[in-house]
Design a protein around this ligand. Structure first.
Ligand code: RUQ
Ligand code: CUA
Length: 745
């Protein structure tokens, strides 16, 4: 303690966050990756980063944007045909069932090029990107309705909903905002653009949004700023946007009846803009589904309370947090008790008549999250660099804690759901300034973990986030996530179907079809099949690689010199890489994951022959030749290895290994390897019987390689059993883990 200069309080904080080796976290957070266009996955309370999920941008480690399957996903995100290679991700949302996080999907938005992506939590992969047909920027997404019927996306900077040029002089008439309701098809696990629609809104810069829940289910709420409709022009001497957009004391909360809006679209009341259904402001007003409520001043976050009765609005330029009563809003709407209309005819409700309470919170309130205790909320105070804990029923401050520095969003555990879990809060700070070792002018972000189990908030830990500027994050109980460890053999994970290019072991082949050289290959410890691929300059080559492994964490990579091919092939997956072999030469390829002791030998050659090349000497030269004594020596070594394996097998089968799922998986994997060993042994013996000592020795070596892998896996299983209190059993289990030998009998 002394040596590291730690206090008692530090030790306590360490005890609350330290996760010993092999330990797991209670919650899993999905944080926006900011401009990286990715999603960051980390554990709470350890704050250990587990994964960056590639979403809007290529990511080599995952082969995202390198294999044909994921290129197809990225291609969905093209904007009017243009490749976009960044994303400004802001707000992830976890799919909900009855208002609770169900752990099936995460949605995330791109502010700069209005898009939404769907990440499937069975494998943490991006499956779909949709592009807004009408918006030129957005911010208020992704927010889900309580049964994930729709994913909400609201515009930000007003622009024409068509793609035409319209001069700023026509701003009031032709520039518009909007909110889109993307229909989610749960069964397909995809957003369905054909059943999605938008509501046109006035050119107020719409901001964050939230969906109603419980009594307010069926409604959604969208903030705005710059309802002044100021259009800037600092370069010509006009006051800048920041002055013109903060002049008025209030902006507008948009209150929209999305359930009714969906019916109106079904009734054919929408107009098509760029092929997309849009309910005009006029229709929305005539049909009584759109209302405005003033909100003080340049607000930012809007958050519906877990019970759905109240709506919390943070003021940003106002020190107040306002709590609106949904019941009061409904009463005014039913009584048509409006204070007037805005310039577009949208009815305005009087602020004072819908207020439940207001809290003088501090400077720069932005976002609010909820506790497991009723009426308790946490709001970020950007300017004060604090988080305020407060009671939104009574409107009183309960506690404040300083953070470092300038917090934007904050996150409690399952804090957007109808049943927040309390326990921890993470403050997603905008500035880190002096908190970490310096790494140059561009600093990491600082996510700070705060213990909220007691009355007082207790700051525990600083986590640097070295990727983009994350905005929002959502956290779910870890036990709600049950991702797969492998795919069904030959799986196209992006399309969620059997790949038409899958290859079974022993069926690898090279086929010329439709002007393309199709290489149906496989990957398994420790070889790539095929190892030699010969094509002619100018041919199109399509590698289709299937990882034949069933073992947990046995991913293979595939990197090919010059042609910018870099694949990640997880167990069971099939991916393809198609390119034109436009330059003659010798191109080695290899596995990029250190998958086994002979990983470096997991290699091959793509030989691109010059056009019209005629091979003169087709026979391959042996670097080394082998004789009978080499064969005998190798077989001797193999028999010794088999003794070791038999010992390990006896140990495992003599224990209750079936009570340990990880060991059962290891035994399956080892069984696979022993089957391969048996195949290689047979080939070796066949060649030996023909006195072909060259091939007999090499296949004996291959037999040995499989034995080594089996032994390695077996020893891992044995160690696991030793460390996890396996007990001896008297009877041998009926199933031998050595079907390889059984097959032979
Ligand atoms: S937002 S903090 Cu999208 Cu408030 Cu950034
Ligand atoms: Cu497979 Cu290294």
């Amino acid at each position: 303690m002394e040596a590291r200069g730690l206090t008692q309080k530090d030790i306590l904080a360490a005890a609350k966050t330290y996760t010993p080796t092999g330990g797991r976290d209670e919650f899993i957070a999905f944080s926006s990756g900011g401009q990286s266009g990715q999603l960051i996955v980390y554990g709470i309370p350890s704050m250990r980063i587990l994964k960056y999920v590639a979403v809007f941008t290529p990511e080599p480690w995952q082969g995202y944007g390198f294999d044909d399957e994921s290129k197809a996903v990225l291609a969905q995100g093209r904007v009017n045909g243009k490749d976009i290679t960044f994303g400004d991700t802001h707000h992830p949302a976890i799919s909900e069932t009855d208002g609770d996080y169900d752990g099936q999907y995460v949605f995330i938005n791109d502010k700069a090029n209005p898009r939404l992506a769907v990440v499937d939590l069975t494998d943490f992969e991006t499956k779909q990107i949709v592009v807004s047909p009408i918006m030129k920027s957005e911010h208020g997404g992704a927010f889900v309705t309580p049964n994930t019927e729709y994913v909400i996306e609201a515009a930000q900077y007003p622009a024409p909903l068509t793609n035409e040029f319209v001069p700023l002089s026509e701003f009031n008439d032709k520039y518009r905002g909007a909110v889109t309701y993307w229909k989610f098809d749960r069964e397909a696990g995809r957003l369905d653009p054909s059943k999605s629609f938008s509501v046109e809104l006035p050119p107020y810069s719409q901001d964050l949004s939230d969906a109603g829940k419980g009594p307010s289910d069926g409604w959604s709420f969208t903030n705005s700023f710059c309802s002044e409709r100021y259009i800037g022009g600092i370069e010509s001497g006009r006051p800048p946007f920041e002055a013109g957009c903060s002049q008025k004391d209030t902006d507008f909360l948009h209150v929209i009846n999305w359930k009714r809006a969906a019916e109106l679209v079904a009734e054919g009341k929408a107009e098509k803009i760029n092929g997309h259904d849009v309910l005009s402001i006029k229709t929305a007003v005539d049909e009584g589904i759109l209302f405005l409520i003033p909100e003080p001043k340049s607000p930012h976050g809007v958050d519906v309370t877990p019970d759905g009765t109240k709506i919390v609005i943070a003021g940003k330029l106002d020190s107040h947090i306002s709590v609106y009563s949904f019941e009061k809003i409904m009463k005014l709407i039913e009584a048509k008790d409006f204070a007037g209309t805005d310039p577009y005819g949208v009815p305005i409700l009087e602020l004072q008549k819908v207020l439940h309470t207001q809290l003088e919170a501090g400077l720069g309130p932005l976002h609010t999250q909820f506790d497991s205790t009723d009426c308790v909320a946490y709001t970020s105070l950007y300017v004060d660099s604090q988080i305020v804990k407060w009671d939104y029923c009574e409107g009183k401050v309960l506690d404040k804690v300083s953070i470092h520095y300038n917090v934007g969003h904050l996150m409690t555990m399952e804090g957007d759901s109808v049943h927040p879990k309390g326990k921890y809060l993470v403050s997603l700070n905008k500035l880190a300034i002096d908190r970490f070792n310096p790494v140059g002018p561009l600093h990491p972000q600082n996510h700070q973990l705060i213990d909220i189990a007691g009355d007082k908030m207790d700051l525990l830990y600083d986590m640097p986030v070295p990727l983009g500027e994350p905005h929002y994050a959502v956290a779910i109980a870890a036990d709600k996530l049950q991702p797969h460890i492998r795919y069904d053999l030959g799986w196209n994970s992006r399309a969620n179907e059997k790949s038409e290019f899958r290859t079974r072991p022993g069926r690898e082949k090279i086929e010329r079809r439709d002007g393309t050289v199709h290489v149906y290959g496989s990957l398994i410890r420790s070889h790539i099949t095929p190892e030699i691929v010969e094509v002619e300059e100018g041919e199109t080559v399509s590698f289709h690689l299937t990882n034949l492994e069933r073992a947990e964490d046995e991913t293979h990579g595939f990197a090919l010199h010059y042609y910018n091919v870099n694949l990640s092939v997880e167990p069971g997956k099939t991916v393809s890489a198609t390119f034109k072999a436009d330059r003659p030469g010798v191109y080695p390829y290899y596995c990029t994951e250190f998958c086994s002791a002979l990983h470096l030998e997991m290699q091959g050659y793509l030989l691109v022959q010059p056009k019209g090349y005629k091979s003169e000497n087709a026979a391959l030269q042996e670097g080394t030749t082998y004789a009978q004594e080499d064969y005998t020596k190798q077989v001797g070594a193999n028999n010794d290895t088999q003794d070791v394996i038999d010992g390990v097998v006896a140990y495992i089968t003599g224990r209750n290994y079936k009570d340990f799922p990880p060991v059962v998986a290891l035994v399956e994997d080892a069984t696979d390897q022993l089957n391969f060993a048996a195949d290689a042994k047979k080939k070796s013996e066949d060649y030996a019987s023909k006195e072909d000592w060259q091939n007999a020795t090499l296949w004996a070596q291959q037999w040995f390689q499989y034995q080594v892998k089996a032994a390695d896996i077996g020893l891992r299983a044995k160690t696991y059993l030793e460390q996890n209190g396996a007990v001896e059993i008297s009877e041998q289990p009926p199933i031998s883990p050595r079907p390889a030998d059984e097959q032979k009998q």
